[in-house]
Design a protein around this ligand. Structure first.
Ligand code: PGA
Length: 252
């Protein structure tokens, strides 16, 4: 049994003060939602405040990116050892980072290894573009992203790795993939690619999320798919009345 997992990716939204107000609402609304691993991923500037507010609760905190080095002359970057003081999770290789900031499968791999080495749970994002989807290249793209991005990881048990399958054409567009199609990509390409690289127990225990226009009204349809273990939520994670029911929908 894989524990359901729902993370909110706040992207470049929320000042520290706005983050505090949202966390007050979320902490109240999510306090009694059992059996779901719940994570908030605010921007770096709000991590300290959000972390301080959530100590002692079962709401986790994640960053949206990091560098793979521990320290050094890397202006503007944040390291894994800085993040472990504030969070337990880190999103890696989000499609916006890949398309606007030059992330590649190779940097995703470095960052994922660094996260695991620092006991951070990486939430590694993969997904095909609209052009790739329309050209029928989904399988090849997904397999390549898994093979290169997740190569040579030191995976212990329970496996501290979460994958988010986010078809890029579904992110922020209001056009979600169908739950059955998203499930098929996970079942036919993602888990088999993992099991060709790691023990079967690993591919069966890694949580794989769906991401892309998840909202309160469609979350349950995704969560009832056998290979979808939760969601990485963007826009709908910025409003408590939307995000709370999404997390509730993940309760088994
Ligand atoms: P969205 O974003 O829910 O706003 O589509 C998802 C994501 O980018 O992780």
């Amino acid at each position: 049994m894989r524990q359901p997992f729902v993370a909110g990716n706040w992207k470049m939204f929320k000042t520290v003060e706005e983050a505090r107000l949202l966390v007050i609402e979320l902490a109240a609304g999510l306090a009694n939602v059992p059996a779901v691993e719940k994570v908030l991923c605010p921007p770096f500037t709000a991590l300290l405040a959000v972390h301080a507010m959530l100590v002692g609760t079962d709401l986790g905190v994640g960053a949206q990116n990091m560098h793979w080095e521990v320290s050094g002359a890397f202006t503007g970057e944040v390291s894994p050892s800085m993040l472990v003081e504030l969070c337990k999770y880190v999103i890696i290789g989000h499609s916006e980072r890949r398309s606007y900031f030059g992330e590649t499968d190779e940097t995703v791999n470095r960052k994922t290894r660094a996260a695991l080495a620092h006991a951070l749970t990486p939430i590694v994002c993969i997904g095909e573009t609209l052009a790739e989807y329309e050209a029928g290249e989904t399988a090849a793209v997904i397999k390549r992203q898994v093979r290169l991005g997740l190569a040579g990881l030191d995976l212990t048990s329970p496996v501290p790795l979460v994958i988010a399958y986010e078809p890029i054409w579904a992110i922020g567009t209001g056009r979600a993939a169908t739950p059955a199609d998203a499930n098929a990509v996970i079942a036919r390409f993602i888990r088999p690619a993992l099991s060709s690289m790691y023990a079967a127990a690993v591919s069966q225990s890694v949580r794989v999320l769906y991401g892309g226009s998840v909202k309160a009204s469609n979350a349950k349809e995704f969560f009832t798919q056998p290979d979808i273990d939760g969601a990485l939520v963007g826009g709908a994670s910025l409003k408590a009345p939307e995000f709370i029911p999404i997390v509730q929908a993940a309760v088994p």
